[in-house]
Structure formats: C-alpha cells, structure tokens
Design a protein around this ligand. Structure first.
Ligand code: NAI
Length: 215
C-alpha cells in the first residue's frame, strides 16, 4: 500500500475487534452478518463499519451482508495473522512470566521461543516449555533464530538497552510494556502497551459517568 493510500491508524486499531467478534460468530455457527448486526455487537455504527471495511475493498454485498468466515479470513490477512511470528521476552519477572504463561498468543501465531533475564536465580527455569536464558545470550539467539518480535517486560531503566540489542540484532517489531518512551530507528515498529492508561480512562468514566460513550 503506498503512502497516499495508507489506512488511518484509528481504522487499523478497530480491525482486531472486528476480527475477534467474527471469530466468536463463527464459533456459534453464524455465517452471515449485516453491518447493522455487526454494529450492535461492536458498538461501532453500521456506516463506520462499512467505511472501515471499504478501505480494503468492500467485502459485503448489498442485501446479503458479510460472509463471516470470508471476512474474518480477509481481516486476518490484512492484520498479518495468516503467518506465524517468532518472539522472545526480555525480562522474566511477574509480567514477563504472565505473558509467557498465556497460551492465546501462541494460538494466534505468536510463538515465544525463549525468555531472557539478568537475574541468575531465574536463569534455567522454565515457564511452560519456555526457558529463561541469560540476557548475555540474547543477541546471538535473536540472530540465530531470526526472531521477528521482541517483548520488553524489564524495568524501565533497562528498557532502552534491551531495545538497542533488539535493533542491532535485526528484530523488526517491539512490543513494549515498560513505561518508557523508547527511541528506535525507522526500520523498527514499536507498539507500547500501558494498562495504566486504560485503567485511568476507566477511572475518568467512573468519575464522569454522564460522558460515557461506548466505542
Ligand atoms: P519484575 O521486577 O517482576 O520483573 C522485571 C524483570 O526484568 C526481573 O526479573 C529483572 O531481573 C529483569 N531485568 C532487569 N534488567 C534486565 C535486563 N537488562 N535484561 C533482562 N532482564 C532484566 O517487574 P514486573 O512487575 O514484571 O514489571 C516489568 C515491567 O513491566 C516494568 O517496567 C513495569 O513497569 C512494567 N509493567 C507494565 C504494565 C503495562 O501495562 N504496560 C503493567 C505491569 C508492569
């Protein structure tokens, strides 16, 4: 997709939600859905949904709606979920272990090959079948295994060092949980996850209930 035809990030951020709901519909054996019905499920307006999906070449048919399986497959391809990704975790503490313990990432195609930590007490332990290795081995491991995505769950003080190792060893995507604004070069895509921001948004809406608008 060239620069002018790029789809806006707000549209992209809605796609995983469509994808998730379509998966749930499929599990229930529902094979066809109108944009109105999708609107009731997702909370987005029907015209918003049609507009979003039209960005990628309209998938629906007037009077028929959308074929759930086809649309989910197409969205999966658009989201890059039609392939698998090799990932590693830097920082095998509470959060790193929680991420490693969740099987859902692997089921979605994100295989965690190893975890890395600097604490000798953790090195050699396993979370499910994922071994915690010495962080000194991380750079070589990334190169040898062509790791696609690096997950950062170290304290914020170490996060930039970890990101630097990721960059120089060829990682293209960083999923960063540390509360740090990391500097990365143009070749690397970084996606920050801050649960606090979501929690503080919840707190805002609890305080200002009349402003609550579902999106
Ligand atoms: P933790 O202290 O349990 O784990 C951090 C681990 O990183 C430790 O095992 C430590 O030995 C290791 N470590 C430190 N420097 C390292 C380095 N240079 N290379 C490799 N490993 C290194 O901390 P916890 O609770 O797991 O939190 C981890 C990070 O996640 C923190 O930055 C925290 O602020 C952040 N966090 C973010 C959340 C979010 O929503 N984004 C939610 C909870 C925590």
């Amino acid at each position: 997709m060239d620069r002018e035809n790029r789809v806006s990030i707000t549209v992209i951020r809605r796609l995983p939600k469509y994808y998730r709901y379509l998966g749930e519909l499929l599990k229930k054996g529902i094979n066809r859905i109108s944009s109105q019905e999708l609107s009731k499920l997702t909370g987005f307006t029907a015209s918003q949904i049609r507009q979003d999906l039209n960005n990628f070449g309209g998938f629906g048919q007037q009077g028929y709606g959308y074929n759930v399986e086809e649309l989910r497959n197409q969205l999966g391809k658009i989201l890059g979920l039609d392939r698998t990704y090799k990932t590693i975790i830097a920082g095998a503490g509470n959060l790193g272990q929680a991420v490693a313990n969740y099987r859902g990432f692997e089921e979605a195609g994100f295989k965690i090959l190893a975890m890395f930590d600097k604490n000798p007490k953790l090195i050699g332990l396993k979370i499910r079948d994922i071994e915690i290795k010495d962080v000194d081995e991380m750079e070589n491991f990334i190169r040898e295994n062509n790791i696609d995505i690096g997950i950062i769950t170290t304290p914020k003080e170490s996060a930039q060092d970890v990101a630097d190792i990721f960059m120089r060893s060829g990682i293209r995507g960083i999923w960063n949980f540390a509360p740090a604004d990391l500097k990365v070069d143009d070749k690397v895509i970084i996606e920050n996850v801050h649960l606090n921001e979501s929690l503080f948004t919840l707190s805002y809406f609890l305080k200002n209930e009349s402003d609550y608008v579902r999106d």
